[in-house]
Each structure stands twice: as C-alpha cells, then as structure tokens.
Design a protein. Structure first.
Length: 186
C-alpha cells in the first residue's frame, strides 16, 4: 500500500506519532463496503515500511522518495476486522481484540518492534504449535533487524513471554508454545 514520504513516515514511527490505519475494500458497482480493517497506530514499525525509488530528475518533485506499507508483514492479530464480507462485527469482539494489543502501545517503539518481529516470525512457521528452538532459527534475522542487541536468544524468550502475557500466545510446557485464539496463519 503506497503512503507518503519515506522520511516523514519513518520520523513519525520513531516519534510514536503514526495514525491508525483503516484499510477499506468496497464493491465499486454498489458502492458498498465489503471489508474494513483497523491497524492500530502502534502495531506498525519501521520494518514494515519500504522505501520507494526516488522520483526521476524529469519529475516535478524530482528526488522525492515515497514509501509503501507492507501490510503482509503486519501480524494478523494487529489487523482488526471491523467489517467482514459486508457484515459489521460485534463491537465487543472488536474492542476485545484492540484491548489485547493495547499493551503494545504502552511500550517504547523499539520494544514493540521486537515484540511484533517475533510474532511475525512465529506466524511464518505456518503452524499453531511451535517450539522455542524453532524461533531460535530466526536468530540471525532478528540480529540484522536489531543490530544493537547482543543477546538475541534471551530477547526472543522475553518476547515470547510478553506475547504470552498479552494473551497472543499460550505456554504449553517448557520450550513449547501455541498461538492463542483462532487468528489466521499467514
């Protein structure tokens, strides 16, 4: 999804000033809303923003660099359906899903970046139950995303605990976890 200037969006994320994002899908023939999804402002991070090519020297705003928000890299739990196939979901369900995520908004931008990155990696496994060892397989990827952290494995364990405390993961037994609820796998 195309957005505005990359530098402004990156600055807004770093300063925790991003807006909530609503993605709307409508039926052009009937002008009726088919799907509406809320992505809370605190659930997208620098890792989901992609820098686009600068406008060519012949363009009116030559050198301007836009960005895209890669919605596919935002965890499914952070995409709250409000309208599905033309039907408005019950307010209680929408608010409950939002409340689960609200703890993320109370964390620093850096801390929530870690939490969301680990949650995305869990989803990339493509299964509901998984092991700590499987998440450790992403150690190098997480180290690239967060180069200042020298203790990636302990950070992974901490983030799994945070996700459990938020109700997004369930702890089954030492080293074994399950995605909570009926959220779709990516």
């Amino acid at each position: 999804m195309s957005d505005g200037a990359y530098s402004k969006m990156a600055e807004a994320i770093r300063q925790d000033r991003t807006p909530n994002l609503f993605a709307l899908h409508y039926d052009a023939g009937t002008w009726s809303v088919r799907n509406l999804v809320l992505v809370p402002r605190f659930t997208y991070t620098l890792s989901v923003i992609r820098c686009r090519k600068a406008l060519s020297p012949n363009a009116e705003r030559h050198g301007w660099v836009g960005c895209s928000i890669v919605l596919g890299e935002i965890p499914p739990e952070a995409k709250i359906p409000v309208i599905v196939d033309g039907n408005v979901r019950p307010q209680a369900e929408i608010r409950s899903q939002f409340q689960k995520l609200l703890k993320l908004g109370q964390r620093s931008v850096e801390a929530r970046g870690w939490t969301l990155a680990v949650l995305n990696l869990v989803h990339s496994l493509g299964k509901r139950e998984f092991s700590l060892q499987e998440v450790y397989e992403f150690e190098d990827e997480l180290a690239r995303l967060h180069p200042a952290n020298r203790n990636v494995k302990p950070k992974i364990r901490q983030q799994l605990q945070e996700l459990r405390n938020m109700g997004l993961l369930e702890f089954l037994r030492p080293g074994q976890y399950r995605l909570a609820g009926g959220e779709p796998l990516m």
